[in-house]
Design a protein around this ligand. Structure first.
Ligand code: SAH
Length: 213
């Protein structure tokens, strides 16, 4: 599969859809216009890749809906050079968007097959996160902590304490919390280490599970 003008055109239409749905961050929209989402999906989805929908990937997981990716990324307020930890690499699409925004991306995935596939697919499109690993997001990634930003892309039953600890003072974390339906929580750690939390609508994610598979 290649990236053609036709794919680019479909991405521009997707950007218009996201603007209508309320995404305003210009840099996030530019990143959506750049990243070839179809090359991170099974070829059967080539011409569906730019619909604003989640799609199945291997191991019963999903690539997040572009709106959700844009929304979470916008809440993070990414600046070039930010050190960002992502929990739930999945297809690698969210990691690719963060990388395109100039972030240093550290991403972990608990299903080995997905970790390997995402690594391969991101290499194919010339995207090299700082770190991609096979690991359990409940523990975070203490080796490279602390992080300016943390993003969880699976439904968490609660906010894991390890992730709060690994957030820098002044840092932001975006995490969907809940069972059947998740509330998008923005957690801010101020310069004194005080935590505050706000809610930003409801979403549906695949569950954040304990331990590596
Ligand atoms: N960010 C991904 C979304 C994938 S869906 C994308 O852009 O495509 C969520 C992913 O989180 C799944 O691949 C799932 O296996 C993974 N996941 C769930 N619990 C996890 C955990 N405890 N640690 C790491 N990854 C986890």
């Amino acid at each position: 599969m290649r990236d053609t003008l036709k794919h680019q055109g479909l991405r521009n239409q997707l950007v218009q859809t996201l603007i209508k749905k309320g995404i305003t961050d210009k840099n996030v929209l530019k990143a959506i216009a750049k990243v070839p989402r179809h090359l991170l999906l099974d070829s059967a989805f080539e011409y569906h890749a730019y619909q604003d929908k989640a799609f199945p990937i291997e191991a019963g997981q999903t690539i997040s809906q572009p709106y959700t990716v844009a929304f979470q990324t916008q809440l993070l307020q990414i600046h070039p050079g930010d050190k960002v930890l992502e929990i739930g690499t999945g297809s690698g699409y969210q990691a690719a968007i963060l990388h395109t925004l100039g972030a240093q991306v550290y991403t972990i995935e608990r299903i080995k097959e997905l970790y390997l596939k995402a690594k391969q697919n991101l290499e194919k499109i010339g995207i090299r996160p700082r770190y991609m690993g096979y690991g359990d997001g409940y523990k975070g990634l203490p080796l490279y902590a602390p992080y300016d930003k943390i993003i969880v892309t699976a439904a968490a039953p609660y906010v894991p304490e390890a992730l709060i600890e690994q957030l820098k003072p002044g840092g932001r974390m975006v995490i969907p919390v809940g069972e059947d339906l998740q509330v998008m929580k923005l957690i801010i750690k101020d310069e004194n280490g005080q935590i505050s939390e706000s809610s930003h609508g409801t979403f549906v994610f695949v569950p954040m599970l304990q331990n590596k598979e």
